[in-house]
Design a binder for this molecule. Structure first.
Ligand code: MEV
Length: 438
């Protein structure tokens, strides 16, 4: 069959799978995997998932795990995490317990402002554009009223709209740069709807603005879209304890561990090759909670990494210090999250995750997510500066290897026990499994 197909989206799900299997697979096992193994037997639930996107053919499972014992601002949380990487949930749980015994995490939302822009081209006189904007600004609010009314009743809405002159970067380039408060919604739909209305009002009102020449009236809107860079939607999280209490790893004295930890953070602050991996570890925790709670992890990733580069160099998101014999470890990151709208009421596991967290506000969720990131980074740096990460990592990976060789429950028990005191390598696991099977 041809690999080029038209009208694909109009085919039924069975027809789509039929085409796929006949075109790309040599036997029909693919269809069995797609349908028998991964379709949900509850038809309504399956249909719900089918309709999240176009051309759905099956479901893609990720493990949904939980990390208990998180003490955040004196409240206990069990944090849901959706992630495929072995050892992330275990590391989060370990860090949670470690800091539970030392006063827990302190978290604070610093700001909640979101941003959106209408990018447009104007090649006339800048003074006349500025005069036009003074006239335009109240009109922008007025014409967007049907969109903003409900949000305003709840205490949110448009915070400000500025005219920005970007002609030093591109000839004729200007922006309407708008800021928003979207409360418990992530706000993408709200912001984009407002921006598209601003763009329309901008074009319409320019047509009737008497001071403009006929060319000046012809403002060209390039695009209207929110920004995923939200440096003023910030949360700060921190842990601290007396240096002498950093005694978890008995092989290393507390002070030596604290100092090594600070060196590891300092390296990530100055060395981009290390900073990227360091921050990737933070995102292991953040993305897992963002995903479990139905939020947009791509938006969060883009915004967080841009923030890590705000000085012009990509740097560590976390910081650490020892002052008066107190060890402190903290992070400030931008997070645009929602606990209403989107998938929150639609996806059964997202609903469950939010209930597990006690139906948090968006601000509370910002704190929880950031804590998961800080905990993950603490766990990673603790392993890296003491035992190395492979020990813990390979222990978790053991199960993946055993599953790959279809080990029985009894074999898994025996080998898990055996590898508590032996080094896990792919080869060693296979050899031990073979010995057991002889
Ligand atoms: C692995 O997913 C994450 C780490 O590499 C993070 C780090 O190096 O800090 C362990």
């Amino acid at each position: 069959m041809s690999k080029i197909i038209s009208g694909f989206s109009k085919l039924s799900k069975f027809e789509k799978i039929d085409w796929l299997v006949n075109t790309y697979f040599t036997n029909s096992d693919a269809a069995k995997t797609l349908i028998k193994q991964y379709w949900n037997s509850n038809e309504k639930l399956q249909q719900l998932h089918d309709e999240f996107i176009e051309n759905t053919i099956t479901n893609y499972y990720l493990p949904f795990g939980i990390a208990p014992n998180f003490l955040i601002n004196n409240k206990i949380y069990t944090i849901p995490m959706a992630i495929e990487e072995s050892s992330v949930v275990a590391a989060a749980s370990k860090a949670a317990k470690f800091w539970y015994d030392r006063g827990g995490f302190k978290a604070e939302v610093i700001s909640t402002e979101k941003i959106g822009q209408v990018h447009f081209m104007y090649f006339g006189d800048t003074k006349r554009l500025t005069a036009f904007f003074t006239y335009l600004k109240p009109m922008l609010y007025k014409k967007a009223k049907p969109i903003t009314k409900n949000m305003e009743q709840r205490g949110g809405g448009i915070l400000d709209i500025e005219l920005r002159d970007k002609t030093q970067d591109i000839e004729g380039y200007f922006q309407l740069h708008a800021t928003f408060e979207t409360l418990d919604a992530m706000g993408a739909n709200f912001i984009n709807s407002c921006l598209e209305q601003f763009a329309k009002t901008l074009k319409d009102e320019a047509q009737g603005f008497e001071l403009f020449s006929s060319e000046e009236k012809d403002i060209q809107v390039v695009m209207s879209i929110l920004s995923n860079y939200v440096p003023d939607c910030l949360v700060r999280v921190e842990v601290s304890c007396a240096v002498k209490d950093l005694t978890e790893n008995s092989d290393i004295p507390a002070r030596e561990f604290a100092e090594k930890f600070l060196q590891a953070v300092a390296i990530a602050e100055v060395e981009p090759f290390r900073a990227v991996t360091h921050n990737k570890g933070i995102m292991n925790g953040i993305d897992a909670v963002v995903l479990a709670t139905g939020n947009d992890f791509r938006a969060v990733e883009a915004g967080v990494h841009a923030y890590a580069s705000k000085t012009g160099q990509y740097r560590s998101l976390t910081h650490a210090k020892i002052e008066d014999d107190i060890f402190s470890f903290w992070m400030e990151i931008p997070l645009a999250l929602g606990t209403v709208g989107g998938l929150t009421k639609l996806h059964p596991l997202v609903k469950l995750a939010l209930e597990l967290l006690g139906e948090p506000s968006a601000k509370e969720l910002m704190q929880i997510v950031a804590v998961a990131g800080l905990a993950q980074n603490f766990a990673a740096l603790r392993s890296l500066t003491t035992t190395g990460i492979q020990e813990g990592h390979m222990k978790m990976h053991l199960m993946n290897i055993l599953n790959q060789f279809e080990a029985t429950a009894a074999e898994k028990n025996k080998l898990t026990e055996y590898f508590k005191s032996n080094i896990v390598t792919h080869r060693a696991v296979v050899e031990e499994l073979e010995k057991l099977r002889q």
